[in-house]
Design a protein around this ligand. Structure first.
Ligand code: ATP
Length: 365
């Protein structure tokens, strides 16, 4: 069962042209550059805009057919927009109560649970006008969830927040996703956000769906813009091997031949982990460096070398490196590539400066 979409709509010179089936669980990111059609797609799914002769079906319920269109308010959707759209004359509690009285279903999380997940319990008596940008966004998400929707749609919910507020919100959203029993569609152009939150990704360009799949496989596809943009990197799955308490480090395994050392984390041995290795943090050596302060040096094979297409980055190349079953990306200069005479199939050593833990997921193995 899934969210089936067949949406074709002309907006001025722009054509939205989407036929797909999205998963009905987990977080699906709708990603793409500005103007690619992310918001237009979300609005059509919500029924705020209608694509003539389109089709929207959610887990067997017809939201739009050729003959009939279900109004937005009858679709059971939780909506969170860039601007939180809260009622300024009500307190936080008043805004939540408004939603609670208009629930789609009686079954769903309680006000206490939702406030706890979004860390807004201390704010309940505050006026909306006295909230920070991040607080406002958390209240808007809580309000959407208290209607007990069957799906949550979020359009760039972190837009307008400064870096530290954005990171704090990402922590909250990441833990929220673990509690939610409903699917989430999350619009963002930030790969950083998506790598923290999404299970599944659809990538739009000029109103067309250019790729779809799980985050791990899409992050290292050289035919997609994701791997070339600033902030690009590989999402990897790993498993915790052991902790070195003296040095406060943890060892994690990508597979039987490749281990990494990271700052100590609290996860138990065997915990499945998701990691992010930024392409700019990977350098390539022809021989294993003997005296380096960088601990993570892994033998791998050059799988593919791709030239950046954008003129501003043409001094740089993206190189995909194969471990056993997984890949990392390296952004290096074209000059270095020529100097080292790098070629596809060549065995090299990747030196990895920083490994970021995205999250812990799945059962302990
Ligand atoms: N009502 C409209 N009339 C004409 N053109 C429109 C209309 N709504 C959207 N567009 C155009 O459709 C295209 C897609 O817009 P949309 O807002 O869906 O993109 P987006 O990917 O969400 O962009 P951003 O990341 O900047 O929010 C844009 O070129 C936009 O100008």
């Amino acid at each position: 069962m899934s969210l089936l979409l067949s949406l074709h709509k002309q907006l001025g010179d722009f054509n939205l042209d989407i036929d797909t089936a999205l998963p009905s669980s987990g977080v699906t990111a709708i990603c793409g550059p500005s103007g690619s059609g992310k918001t237009s797609l979300l609005r059509c799914i919500a029924g705020l805009d209608i694509a003539p002769k389109g089709m929207v079906q959610f887990v067997g319920q017809d939201w739009q057919t050729e003959r009939r269109t279900l109004k937005t308010e009858h679709r059971g959707i939780g909506l969170v927009f860039q601007d939180a759209q809260l009622f300024p004359h009500l307190t936080v509690a008043g805004n939540l109560e408004y939603a609670r009285k208009r629930q789609f279903n009686s079954a769903g999380p309680s006000t206490e649970q939702v406030c706890d997940w979004l860390q807004i319990t201390p704010l309940l008596n505050r006026s909306i006008t006295k909230l920070s940008g991040g607080e406002r966004k958390r209240v808007a998400i809580a309000r959407a969830l208290l209607r007990h929707p069957q799906i949550l749609l979020m359009d760039e919910p972190l837009a307008g927040l400064h870096d530290s507020a954005r990171e704090q919100m990402l922590d909250v959203l990441q833990s929220l996703a673990k509690h939610l029993a409903i699917p989430v569609l999350y619009v963002s152009h930030s790969f950083h956000e998506i790598s923290r939150l999404a299970d599944h990704v659809i990538l739009l360009e000029n109103g067309q769906l250019i790729a779809e799949g799980d985050l791990i496989s899409l992050s290292t596809r050289l035919d997609l813009p994701l791997s070339h943009q600033q902030g690009a990197g590989a999402v990897l799955s790993a498993q915790l091997v052991e902790h070195d308490v003296d040095y406060q480090l943890s060892t994690i395994a990508l597979d039987t031949d490749h281990q990494l050392t990271i700052k100590q984390i609290s996860a138990p041995k065997g915990q499945a982990l998701r990691l992010f290795v930024a392409a700019r943090d990977v350098s390539i050596n022809l021989e294993a460096p003997q005296k380096s302060s960088i601990m993570n040096i892994m033998p791998c094979t050059i799988d593919a070398i791709e030239h950046h297409s954008t003129a501003s980055l043409s001094a740089q190349l993206t190189i995909r490196l194969k471990l056993n079953e997984q890949y990392v990306l390296a952004h290096i200069t074209r000059k270095s590539c020529d100097r080292l005479q790098l070629q596809e199939g060549q065995r090299i050593f990747a030196q990895i400066k920083t490994v970021a833990l995205i999250n812990e997921y799945g059962p302990t193995i």
